[in-house]
Structure formats: C-alpha cells, structure tokens
Design a protein around this ligand. Structure first.
Ligand code: GLN
Length: 424
C-alpha cells in the first residue's frame, strides 16, 4: 500500500470467485458497514465499532467477485471536502503530493489514484464522490437519488446522499455502477429503474449531436485557470460533434446556503444516536443521563461535527424552523425546477467540478465558510437529486481539474457516454 494514509483499516475480504468484478480490488469508504471489519466513519466516536452485517452495496461488490482491500479514510461523518476532519489524520493526494485529496471520500479517490485499489466506493451528499475524483484526477459518479441502496451506510443527510463509484476510467466506474445499482428491499427509497440499464456499455464515446449546456452561474466563481482547462475539455467535445451552448440557472446563487441548512438539520437528527448507549464509548450508566450524553459527545465528536449539530439543531428549533429550514426547502424546490427547465433545452449540463484546484494540506481547515463555498458546483446536483459524473479535464501546473457533466433523472447513460468522449 502507498504511504498517503489512504486506509483507516487495511483488511482483505475476498468476494465470490466469478462475476463482473472478479480479479478487481476495491476500497470501501469507512461509512459503509462491513461485517466483522470496523467501520469508523472517520470518527473517534466509532473507533471500535464493528458492524454485524454488510451494507447492500458491500454485499453486491462481493457477490460480483471483487476483493475488498480496506476501509478508506474520510472526513468525520462525511462532513468536509478535504479529508482533514478525519480523526485518523489527513490523507495525502497521490496525484498532487502535499495537497489534500478532496473529500469527504478522499481515501477512496486516493486509493484509486495511488493504485492501492482498482475501484472504490464513496458516498456523495453534496459532492463527496465528485470533489475527490476531480482533485485526485480520477472518475467519480454521483447516481440519481434512489438508484443505489443506502442500506448500511451511516447516514449524514438522507434526502441528499447516494453511494457512487470511483475508478481510473469511465468504463470501470460505469461497470461498478452496473453492479451496485438497482432496487433493495432494505431501502424504500430505491427505484427499479436501474434494472434494464447497461452503464459500462454506454461508455462508447459517441457525442455526435449531443447538446451540452454550460452553466454560466458555476463559471463565475471559479479560478481563471480552472475555467481555461474546463473550456479546453469542452472544445474537445465540440470537435467530436457535441453542440455547446450556455444556460443560466438563477436559483443556484442560493444553493450552498440551502444545502448547508438542510444537510446540517438532517445531520443533527441522525447523529443523536451516538450517545454511548448503543454507539460510541460507554457513558456513565449509573449517573445522570444528560451529563453522560454530553460527556460522550464532547469526547467522541470533532469540532466540525459539533458545529454542524449545533447549527442544525438551531435551524430546526421552534421559532426558527420557518426562517431557515422551510426557506431552504423552498430554495431546493426552485433549484429542481430550474434544472427541469434547463433539460428541456439541452441533453447534458456542464461545469468545472470544483471551482479551485486542491488546496495544500492544512491550508483550508480554519475557515469553514471558505470550505463550504468550495461546494458551490456540486451541491445543486444533490438538491435536485440528479446524476452527475466528474471526469479528468486536465491540470493546472500539475494540479488536477475535473469536468462535471450533469444529466436529467436516471440519465446516467448519457453522462457516461459524454464523459468517455472526454477521456479519448
Ligand atoms: N463538503 C460537503 C459537506 O461537507 C459535502 C460532503 C458530502 O458529500 N458528504 O457537507
């Protein structure tokens, strides 16, 4: 294994002998339950937690023949964009030494970029598959909400998140999506739409006649050299027969604010279970329960997780609910509507995946607001429950830049096709 602090736990679990992923190794983000292998979520709270069952996606990759090589490092409870909030230390970007790998699925992307695993699973609540894919120079897909089961994933913000594949090629990422997609009796939000899709076969590079709309609102806040690299990848698509136009989605100026209110509100509720009774270090069973609850959480959670629980609790509290949570839901509905209208005009939407190149390790930790703004281009996709892919677009002085292609609901095959054309 490489020395970039990619894994929280290195552990080999061999899958079935034959199947579409036979002979492939895979890294699993450490928020996905693995029977008998500890699942920490990047948190001291779960440092010793060993799940008694597999997440559905873990069962599916093992059934398909993959061999799990380890549990990949991540931001604590998937809250962050650099993998620096992990209680197990930061992961280094193998494609850009001295820089962050992105996050929160930073260990998953780094595992693939370093060659520690052929494939990886990440989860994407507001960008956590696409962001590290872009920063590490690999491919990452955030599926349509409901395409992939969330059963056995430690929940951060249920209404926003999906599990997604990471790989060095579009075809491999699509193949992994073929394996994990599809309905699951354990997750009532899954959809049977995936049954007749063939994602790997869609990676045929044919973009002739495809209309691609550049989201101008997501260019404005991006660094100039990132935009230049992004535009070069669009020229490539145009030379292969795609039609490039521009679209503007007015609602997107509210997306980051709406996302953080909703994500933090859901998180504040989800994380209430880490109280030292069933999960977390054992509290004081004899004394006052409130004191025990507070002590366990004071000790077990890092600063970013605490900040989000506090803000989320505030946003949901009586008197402020309408002012923050309800407003955020209104903005979310507007974002969805804007995307629906845009897809009446074009087949695919495009933007740089990240507005910046990967920051140096340690550079961005003390400015949470700056970190939240880094998510401007990825969170709209989660608010609207749409599919998106990040594919390498080139680099700025050796620092990777990703191209994000967004599709309409269940439009995975179209964005996979377009992304494979960029690769060629
Ligand atoms: N950076 C975003 C956040 O911190 C997205 C995280 C994610 O997708 N898990 O919420």
């Amino acid at each position: 294994m490489s020395d970039h602090n990619v894994f929280v736990t290195e552990s080999t679990v061999a899958g079935d002998d034959a199947g579409p992923l036979a002979d492939r190794t895979i890294a699993i983000k450490d928020n996905m339950s693995t029977e008998g292998v500890r699942t920490t979520c990047g948190s001291a709270m779960l440092a010793d937690y060993v799940p008694p069952y597999n997440a559905t996606v873990v069962d599916r990759v093992l059934d398909a023949g993959a061999t799990i090589v380890g549990k990949a490092n991540m931001d604590e409870f998937a809250m962050g964009g650099t993998t620096e909030t992990s209680a197990f230390g930061p992961t280094e970007n193998p494609a850009a030494p001295g820089h962050v790998p992105g996050g929160s699925s930073g260990g998953s992307a780094a595992a693939v970029a370093a060659g520690d695993a052929d494939l990886a699973l990440g989860s994407d609540t507001g960008g956590s598959v696409r962001n590290p894919a872009a920063f590490c120079g690999v491919v990452g897909i955030k599926p349509t909400y409901g395409l992939v089961s969330r059963y056995g994933i430690v929940a951060y913000a249920n209404s926003l998140e999906q599990v997604g594949p990471l790989a060095t090629t579009v075809e491999d990422a699509a193949l992994l999506l073929d394996v994990i997609a599809g309905p699951d009796d354990h997750d009532a939000t899954t959809h049977d739409r995936a049954a007749d899709s063939e994602y790997a076969a869609a990676a045929d590079g044919d973009v002739d006649g495809l209309s691609i709309g550049v989201i101008t609102d997501l260019i404005e806040g991006a660094d100039d050299d990132v935009v230049e690299t992004f535009e070069a990848s669009l020229d490539e698509l145009e030379s292969q027969g795609a039609e490039i136009t521009e679209v503007s989605l007015d609602s997107l100026e509210h997306a980051v604010q709406a996302y953080y209110v909703i994500a933090m509100s859901e998180a504040s509720s989800n994380l209430a279970r880490f109280d030292g009774v069933r999960y977390g270090p054992e509290g004081d069973r004899e004394g006052n329960w409130n004191d025990s609850f507070a002590a366990v959480r004071e000790e077990g959670f890092g600063p970013e997780v605490k900040r989000r629980i506090l803000l989320g609790t505030y946003a949901l509290s009586a008197g402020y609910h309408d002012k923050y949570y309800k407003k955020a839901q209104d903005a979310r509905a507007w974002v969805k509507q804007d995307f629906d209208e845009a897809f009446e005009e074009v087949d695919v939407l495009a933007s740089p995946t990240m507005p910046v190149t990967p920051p140096a390790l340690g550079e961005s930790l003390d400015d949470p607001l700056q970190l939240y703004l880094m998510d401007a281009n990825t969170v709209p996709v989660n608010l609207a429950n749409l599919p998106a892919i990040s594919v390498p677009a080139g680099d700025v002085d050796g620092l990777p830049v990703g191209l994000q292609l967004i599709g309409p609901k269940f439009g995975e095959e179209t964005i996979i096709r377009a992304a494979s054309a960029v690769e060629e």
